[in-house]
Design a protein around this ligand. Structure first.
Ligand code: GDP
Length: 194
């Protein structure tokens, strides 16, 4: 299966150093939303993506390889309050430039804590990316922290937000319970197959 073969490829620190070749799917999300945990869970690996104790401290773009010139790009988490505002603004601008201009990018996996989805910065990422016409798949993470009833409710509400946008899909995800892995794999697999 797609994610099981995922391997660390390289780290880059600025947009000029991005690789020229290959197709990529990017993972983006607020710092602490559960992005590293989701990548590790999908890859069935405990420490492939680093779960940082100081979120926002290391602003790197990490590349992972699925094989056959297909990549996963782990974008720096945004919105971490303790990073100086100027540094945050700089990285948010880079994220915007990447999302808008990156031709190797075929789809975005947007990681959001299911207890607070669609924050202002999440919406900013979508405002940048949706005009490209490329697909977005939203993972509502840490769904184990909600009751079954509340998780169904939040899933329905977020889906409703995107009812007019067929390019956006949404699912629940839990790294703790390893729930939602197959659904993500199916969507990302379809992007690469197109
Ligand atoms: P990142 O900053 O987006 O990469 O977030 P991390 O993956 O480092 O996760 C942030 C915190 O949320 C960590 O303390 C994780 O253990 C916790 N976490 C991540 N995913 C889950 C999940 O599915 N369930 C629960 N209960 N906690 C999670």
């Amino acid at each position: 299966s797609l994610f099981r073969g995922l391997q660390f490829l390289t780290t880059v620190n600025d947009l000029r150093s991005l690789p020229n070749e290959g197709l990529e799917v990017a993972f983006a999300g607020r710092s602490n939303a559960g992005k590293s945990s989701a990548i590790n869970t999908l890859a069935n690996h405990t420490r492939l993506a680093f779960v940082s104790k100081t979120p926002g401290r290391t602003q790197h773009i990490n590349y992972f390889d699925f094989g056959q010139e297909r990549r996963l790009v782990d974008l720096p988490g945004y919105g971490y309050a303790e990073v100086p505002a100027a540094v945050r603004a700089h990285w948010e601008k880079l994220l915007g430039l990447y999302l808008v201009n990156r031709s190797n990018l075929i789809g975005l996996v947007l990681i959001m804590d299911s207890r607070r989805p669609l924050t202002q910065l999440d919406c900013q990422m979508l405002d940048w990316f949706l005009p490209t016409g490329k697909p977005v798949h939203c993972l509502l993470t840490k769904s184990d922290k909600l009751s079954k009833q509340d998780s169904i409710k939040v899933l329905r509400e977020v889906k409703k937000q995107f009812a007019e946008l067929p390019q956006v899909t949404v699912q629940l995800f839990s790294s703790l319970k390893k729930q939602g892995v197959e659904e993500t794999e199916t969507i990302v697999g379809q992007w690469f197959a197109q």
